[in-house]
Ligand binder design. Sequence first.
Ligand SMILES: Cc1cc2nc3c(=O)[nH]c(=O)nc-3n(C[C@H](O)[C@H](O)[C@H](O)COP(=O)(O)O)c2cc1C
Length: 324
Amino acid sequence: MKFRSVDPAQSTLREVHHLLLGGVAPRPIALVSTISAQGINNLAPYSFYNAFGANPPYIAFSPAFGGRDGSAKDTYNNIKEIPQCVIHSVTFNIIEQVNLSSAPFDPEVDEFIKSGFTTINSDIVKPKRVKESPFHMECLVEQVIPLGGTKGSGNLVLCRVVRFHVSEDIFSEGRINPDLIDLVGRNSANFYTRAQGHTIFEVKRPRGIIIGIDQLPDYIKESEILSANNLAQLGNCSSLKGRKEIHAFLESFKKMEISADNLIKTKEDDNYQNIFLSGYNLWQKDPVQARKTIELSAKKALEDHDVDFALLALQSSEILTDKE
Ligand SMILES: Cc1cc2nc3c(=O)[nH]c(=O)nc-3n(C[C@H](O)[C@H](O)[C@H](O)COP(=O)(O)O)c2cc1C
């Protein structure tokens, strides 16, 4: 990998902004509702945004000063006058409306009306809530921290959440279900990411002390079939398999026979047990090809998060080699 190293102090604001937008992504989007001292509702999206603590709950977002004229956004001016806001999650079904609310309307313009959103009263704060979003946080603004105080600089708005409102429709088994909430993230330029369906996947957290990639046998680490992610999945276990376990694993496959016809079919199969079986049966004839087939079965097993099977399959080559 060849790296481009950039000194932000020697770069234009545009260049630095592009780097952040491209590399710090996809970013969650806060749809921020504020109210002016004159009582005008304001709505705008902010993707320089995240949660920073749960006890008590804190979130922050950053309205920047204009890059050309240093002007402050309405959101910034409003929270300076009334230090309160409601932050909403942005879901796929409202992304185009949210985009409308980012237009530079005058402070006198109510962006709920412009973008076609419905207001609901908040319990604690003055700014209104957006009915169409399924996740709302009523917030008190505790600090506005200037991050440069000049053209293009950010202003970190630190907010304490004092009330959540969450649609019952997005819960399953007591938790917010990522598929049901269907969130949108912001990438660079005009690109967005939809977090739904196949784009949502699981990564198992290490449980206690794990062996790590370095402890895997060389014949696994040197595989041309397993990826770096696969090796990390294998290293995410507390120990390698013992010989007894591997023997028992091989015994369970011994009784199964496989015909030459099926061999070809099973190689295209997604069933990793069948793939392993074809590799196992091939061992006497062609150990190099057999090892590759077994590695493929392990790779398929890892797609299914079956680390135990993958380790047993891969380590079985130790015993099969001994038998040669
Ligand atoms: C998805 C999205 C994310 C945005 N994120 C930011 C941001 O993090 N900071 C910022 O200053 N402007 C951001 N903008 C631009 C503001 O939304 C835009 O300047 C808006 O007019 C500000 O509205 P206001 O003046 O009513 O506060 C974003 C725009 C979009 C569409």
